[in-house]
Design a protein. Structure first.
Length: 115
């Protein structure tokens, strides 16, 4: 035999004090959509930082003999560009899309649930 359980009804005053708003919504996020959005915003920010490093690399390689930075800084720019793009932009973007998409594909409810 099975039982049917009803979800408790949401009251109007639950919205006023039950869930954080403003910056607290993002700081104390438990909703997969908010967490996925934060991952994607971080990924986009790191994409811009890595792009600025790529511009520094390209400026150095623009013309033979033209020196914008010393060789040691060029090597550091190249290394940091690669690390930031892989571990700061690409991998968090994959995780962000997974956080947004996977719970919806398996039919999970958002937490905290909103009716």
């Amino acid at each position: 035999m099975s039982a049917v359980l009803d979800h408790p009804a949401h009251h109007a005053d639950d919205h006023a004090h039950g869930h954080p708003h403003g910056w607290r919504r993002w700081l104390f996020a438990t909703n997969h959509k908010d967490i996925g959005t934060m991952y994607l915003l971080f990924s986009f920010t790191m994409l811009m930082v890595g792009g600025v490093l790529a511009l520094g690399i390209r400026a150095e390689l623009f013309q033979p003999g033209l020196q914008f930075v010393n060789p040691e800084l060029f090597n550091q720019l190249t290394t940091m560009h690669g690390l930031i793009m892989v571990f700061g932009a690409i991998m968090p973007a994959f995780v962000g899309f997974a956080k947004l998409d996977d719970p919806l594909q398996i039919g999970a409810r958002t937490w905290p649930s909103r009716a």
